[in-house]
Design a protein around this ligand. Sequence first.
Ligand SMILES: [Zn+2]
Length: 668
Amino acid sequence: MFQRWILVIALVASCGHDHGPPRVRKMVEPAADAKRTALRGGGPARSPRIANYKIDARLDSARHLITATETLTWTNTGESPVETLPFHLYLNAFKNESSALMRSSGGELRMAKASDTGWGWIQLDSVMIAGVEQVSRLKFPGLPDETVSELPLAQPVIAGQTIEVSFKFTAQLPEVFARTGFKGDFNMVAQWFPKIGVRTGAAGLEQWECQPLQATTEFFADFGTYDVSLTVPNTFQVVATGVLTAATESPGGTRTFTYRAEDVHDFVWVADPFLNQKHGTAKVDDGPPVTVFVYYRGEQEAFANRHLQAAIGAVEKFSQYFGAYPWPVMSVIDPPMDAMFSAGGMEYPTLVTTAGDSVFMRPGIRVPESVTIHEVGHNWFQGILASNEVTEAWMDEGVNEWADAHVMQDLYGPRTSGVDALGFQANMTALRNAVTADPSSLPQPIATAAYAFIDQGTYGNTEYDYTMRALFTLEHDVGSTKFMAAMKAYAKQFSFKHPTGRDFWTALSQALEQDIGGFAHAAFQEIGGLRLAVRSAACRPAHGVRGVLGDGPGKKTVTETEAPDAGAWSCDVVIQNTGAVHVPVDVELRFVDESTQRLHWDGVGTWQRFPVEHSAKLASVKLDPDNKLMLQTPVEYTYRLEGDGAAALRASARIGAWTQTLLQLVGP
Ligand SMILES: [Zn+2]
């Protein structure tokens, strides 16, 4: 999901667009090889396929109501028996004000408000196991929140055993809010079906992970296969996870579209009568290309190619860095403007929604592209490397942000990754660092569960920005080539698994052949970040020693006349770091004659004194002159010595003219 700040700058008044009455759409044909496999180039299963779904759903487009049957086939791959099955019923987050989502968000998320008329819910009409109705046995352990339901089993599911559960359910979409729902004729159908939790933990001690949906928590699910048939009016375009395997006319002016997805952990779809489509191909080394689609309404046509090119570039670059994209399609939905804040900027396997279209975002201002790249990037950082977004959001959001910055620079140039327009150029990461909170000021560590953050802003600054800056700091410390290789090794080792933070640091330490546990602990488990400062910097004229020297008859007093100023300067610079993170720091001294001298502090301890002799007086002290460290704002620290008084140090942040322009555009 994307952060709030990027949506702020895309804010536009939503004006009504008259699309005319819906028309019967041209029938879509499945791709020629779609029936064969939902994996690009075929091949064996990539994941353990623990949770597999077969769903048959029908959309009542006037009421935004879905009636469906679902068969879940789930295998106990743990060693302990299972006596209860927990299911996410995410749509109940929109049922009333008592849900954990509504309580934790206050009905507001990412610039959008929940509708007070368009409530959403999901009702289980039937739950059958081995032909026996179970619906009356369902429990809601988190009442009044109803987003998790538990089913106590008459017979436990023992290790290695597979169970089949058949549901009939009715799902009412909310008016779009917090990633799902309808707006006008646009239906974003996400988190819409009963979905089983994930068992985690050591063999024999497995526990269910199935948390209620809250404002900042996202998702966690097992990999599997999805065979889903969707029946909608023949005036609607459907876009869904996976590949289209069949499209048929159905009674009553409807059509049924059947999709198959393999080795994914979610399934979403969009139904809308007014979507247009553009497509292209992304070349991936190890096999056939990926077909990349962008779906958009006519009034957003100007942005379609930008999103398409960004998505193609992202699929290609992420494949190079973190392993080949495994599916044959990637669909990018550009939601209608009035659904953008709630439905836009969200990631699902093989299907993402983007955002950022606005009159301000003229070509060269790469905010729309950055949203697309972020969401496509999530197909690796959480789609393939399926970490737990509820408890370790940094593993997808923050790691993805770090990866996005690399991809943006590769695609658009290091100096122009954020802006290249109107004669201005700027790097996207530098722009972001200039407008987001100083990590050293954040009150909670990165290693905090998403639901435990004090507010949405702290969650965003910590999990997205601080994580990205910490990873860049580490990367610059160990060297980029080595770090990228280590990240690739991590991605390879944990593809189609559920890596934890511990797995991440262990994999990186192994690949880098150095223990980075100290950095990981300080940057991710503690608060305080990096708090570098020049404690003092002062110079005095250098001269021979004055005073009483020697003893006995040879004792003499050396005066200023006998030890005159030598024309050089004796300077003393003290650097301190009162933060938790200690990393090596370069220091650049600039003297009044414009000469410079480099110093290096290994970062050990909380302060370091540098005595320096130089022919000219010190003018300024610059910490981290090569911008290797990103953990502190300002990114560039220059301390100027003012006048003769060395005590007056002035820190200046270099914020480019473009950042200021952008800030004016955004407002506070
Ligand atoms: Zn995200």
